[in-house]
Design a protein around this ligand. Structure first.
Ligand code: PLP
Length: 402
């Protein structure tokens, strides 16, 4: 998006502000959709990346289904207009009660441990189709917190437990219609993906009733210039070919699912903040902005790099700054960044903030969570109001002590 347009949105709605460019989301959606040929591709948007109900609705209009990790996300999806059957419920370490709730809603259930699968089988036998999440133990992912496939990971049913898994499925006559892997976020290259696929194709031989295989997500996007990203086009080409062969071998046309979050929404997002203060210390020049780790946690939580620009004064002399938040904790957005000269009240844009930005925001320090705006074809839509004092107080109880 143009700096001018972003600055004017910041003026109109105030800061801090999340802005999402729907045209960029459409570009990413179409790129993924177009990369696969001759296969029955289904895209299930991973709601947790950016779960605003208007974004969910927008994704549905593109033709997406939904991948949810909690029952509350499923309710948001249904509210946004999804058919329950188009929602894949992929939780981790939830109770059987939440699984039962999901079955009652009519979601497709993805089970990621044998204990719950046994309880599921005991209750439903073959009456409710389900998917199982396998862990192929492929080490991938940009950061140990977001890689899910390694041997120490809590996710999925280990490929090494296949015998046990099949025993449980046979004993209860469980109807497994889908196999799933998700090896983590920020997987570098399609080679890793393809290794995972070979493992799942082999495992599939023991599952005669499959209707789909879900290859998860983890597509890497560029956070800084020159970052290696997933080559979706070449992945699409290679995986389509391999998947077609697999379907021919089985004599059945299965669906190929993906559940991207970051790939679809990350680059569409701009997080806008105002400069409160320029603070010069003996060691550095800080740019203090009107937000912090409470609104964008990724730099602090994952050491994520987000590029930062001064969009109010883009063509002045560059200087070196460290951009920090207003939280009473060290919440650094970027250290030693070259920014076009920053003045108090300038608007700063933090890029690539569409995924795991607002959805991980909190009220820490009792700050209001930001507003969110979606821009489509040059028109801006407010999709979430900025919070107010009432929102902070809503569930708090002021006790009358004796
Ligand atoms: C988080 C998650 C995703 C989305 O991952 P991205 O890296 O955002 O694409 C997909 N599937 C599952 C099961 C997830 O937990």
């Amino acid at each position: 998006m143009e700096n001018k347009q972003l600055v004017s949105l910041a003026k109109q709605y105030g800061t801090p502000l999340y802005v999402y460019d729907a045209d960029k989301m459409a570009e990413q959606y179409n790129r993924l959709n177009d990369a696969f040929h001759g296969v029955n591709l289904k895209i299930k948007y991973a709601a947790k990346a950016l779960s605003n109900i208007s974004v969910l609705k927008w994704m549905k209009q593109q033709g997406a289904g939904l991948d949810v990790v909690s029952i509350q996300e499923a309710h948001l999806g249904i509210k946004a207009g999804y058919e329950p059957k188009d929602i894949l419920y992929t939780p981790n370490c939830v109770s059987i009660n939440e699984i039962i709730e999901a079955v009652d809603l009519g979601l497709m259930i993805n089970i990621d441990n044998i204990s719950i699968l046994e309880q599921f089988g005991h209750k439903y036998k073959d009456s409710v189709p389900c998917c199982v999440r396998l862990n192929p133990h492929i080490m991938a992912g940009g950061n140990s917190k977001i890689s899910t496939g390694h041997i120490d990971s809590k996710f999925g049913i280990s490929i090494l437990q296949m015998r046990h898994l099949l025993r449980v499925i046979d004993t209860y006559n469980i109807n497994v219609v889908g196999l799933h892997i998700h090896t983590g976020s920020d997987i570098l290259d399609s080679e890793v993906f393809l290794r995972g696929t070979e493992i799942i194709f082999e495992a599939a031989e023991d599952f005669p009733d499959l209707e789909f295989i879900d290859f998860g997500s983890g597509f890497k996007v560029a956070y800084r210039a020159g970052d290696v990203t997933t080559d979706i086009e070449s992945l699409g080409k290679e995986l389509s070919k391999r998947f077609k062969d697999f379907c021919i071998q089985r004599g059945k046309d299965l669906e190929l699912w993906f559940e991207p979050g970051k790939f679809l929404v990350s680059e569409s997002g701009y997080f806008l903040a105002s400069v409160n203060v320029i603070k010069t210390t003996p060691a550095t020049v800080f740019v203090g902005i009107d937000t912090g780790m409470n609104h964008l946690l990724r730099p602090m939580m994952y050491d994520a790099y987000h590029s930062i620009e001064n969009i109010s004064n883009p063509s002045s002399t560059e200087r070196v700054y460290t951009v920090v938040g207003y939280i009473c904790e060290t919440d650094t957005f970027g250290t030693d960044r070259k920014l076009s000269e920053v003045r108090e009240n300038d608007i700063i844009a933090i890029k690539n903030a569409g995924a795991y930005g607002f959805s991980m925001a909190s009220n820490y320090n009792s700050r209001f969570r930001p507003a969110e705006v979606l821009v489509q074809n040059g028109k801006d839509y407010l999709i979430r109001k900025r919070e107010e004092m009432d929102d902070l107080l809503k569930n708090q109880i002021l006790v009358d002590f004796e």
